[in-house]
Design a protein. Structure first.
Length: 129
């Protein structure tokens, strides 16, 4: 008998991510929230809790968006119970995913370093002649 490639928590997490992406997009549009997107959903083994990782298009407004999403969590859970075929929909915990912000910061630092490197190389070439 072949083993399963995915655990049930992975499948439930993927389905929650798809459904929550639609709900969050609608909430952003309807409530005038800063633009955010669902990057990942992690579900506990007992399916009681789901951690929803969210990224913001404008990192400076991320706290405003997170506060609003936490307030809407009960409403999202109610909508999920109507749209998904689960006996019990997990409680939602929203957390900000700052990996995109960190990646942009690293990219900026690398660009700055690359811009300085040619200037240093030119000075070194002048000294060797």
């Amino acid at each position: 008998m072949p083993s399963r490639d995915f655990k049930r928590t992975d499948r439930v997490g993927a389905e929650l991510r798809r459904e929550l992406a639609l709900l969050v997009h609608a909430a952003v549009r309807d409530h005038g929230l800063p633009s955010v997107s669902v990057s990942d959903v992690e579900v506990t083994r007992d399916l009681d809790w789901a951690t929803v990782w969210v990224t913001a298009l404008q990192p400076e407004r991320s706290t405003e968006a997170m506060k609003a999403l936490k307030e809407l969590a009960v409403e999202f859970r109610r909508e999920l119970s109507r749209s998904m075929r689960l006996r019990r929909v997990p409680e939602l915990r929203f957390k900000y995913d700052d990996s995109v912000d960190k990646g942009e910061r690293i990219e900026t630092l690398l660009r700055q370093d690359a811009a300085r490197a040619p200037a240093a190389d030119e000075k070194g070439d002048d000294e060797q002649e």
